[in-house]
Design a protein around this ligand. Structure first.
Ligand code: ADP
Ligand code: MG
Length: 243
């Protein structure tokens, strides 16, 4: 379980995360919704320390990390190991084959044996529907295929949490579907996902919980059914504008 307590992040004068407190349970999909500029990406990036909150606390299972006190390198690595990010723009290494993209982290960071890493990479490629693409280069893939490789690469690190920041918003609708299919399957398998998306139909389908943020604050935090049936006018307006 990952619990955030009073997380704050400021860029200059702008408080982008303003006292965020919530819990991300394991084996559940949380969808993060909110208008553009509300702090969704900053929140996700803070979860694996691509951004460093200046105040607040993380509880990861029974470990406590206090941003106000600063973190040691060991603590930073410990947090990073539990979270993997999937970006909107895939960020694959262009000079490496698909297989090498996937085994890079496990062999270099986790120091896994190469043959073990390769075997699992191949299994993950099958899982995301790309069993025949191990030797392809990223430039030979469609956007949907590249994003599925990025998902396989995140899974290869065996993190507790996979963080996905608008994973399909760079894709044409038909390519989006093949990525959503993989995410739907992972959610069904109880892989813990935290997804920022503007696709309300997908949010409605895949979320167990919804976090709605605006101006760096949480306006809603609860079960999906409650979110989509809320009477809070701001959220009713948001949902109808997005669907
Ligand atoms: P969202 O993902 O919800 O659209 P972001 O988290 O990307 O929102 O951004 C929230 C606010 O923080 C925006 O006003 C954005 O301009 C600002 N912001 C994000 N990253 C930076 C940065 N590195 N430096 C300065 N301002 C930033
Ligand atoms: Mg964003």
């Amino acid at each position: 379980m990952l619990k955030l307590e009073n997380l704050s992040k400021t860029f200059g004068e702008h408080r982008v995360l303003d006292g965020i407190s919530t819990v991300f349970p394991e084996h559940e999909t949380t969808v993060v919704l909110g208008p553009s500029g509300s702090g969704k990406s900053t929140l996700l990036r803070s979860l694996n320390l691509l951004e460093r909150p200046e105040a607040g606390r993380y509880h990861f299972d029974d470990e406590l990390f206090d941003f106000g006190k600063g973190l040691s390198n060991k603590e930073i690595l410990s947090i990073r190991k539990r979270t993997e990010m999937v970006f909107q723009e895939y960020n694959l290494f262009p000079h490496l084959t698909v297989l090498k993209n996937i085994i890079e982290g496990p062999t270099q960071v986790l120091h896994e044996a190469k043959d073990t890493a390769q075997k699992r990479a191949q299994e993950l490629l099958v899982k995301v529907g790309l069993g025949d693409k191990a030797d392809a280069y990223p430039s030979q893939l469609s956007g949907g295929q590249a994003q599925r490789v990025a998902i396989a690469r995140a899974l290869a690190m065996q993190p507790k949490y996979i963080l996905l920041d608008e994973p399909t918003s760079a894709l044409d609708p038909e390519l989006e579907l093949e990525v959503l299919k993989v995410l739907r399957q992972l959610a069904q398998e109880k892989q813990t996902l935290i997804i920022v998306t503007h696709n309300m139909a997908f949010a409605r389908e895949v979320a167990a919980r919804v976090l709605f943020i605006e101006n760096g604050q949480i306006l809603f935090d609860g079960p999906k059914a409650e979110f989509f049936n809320t009477k809070k006018q701001r959220i009713v307006d948001f949902i109808s504008a997005m669907t």
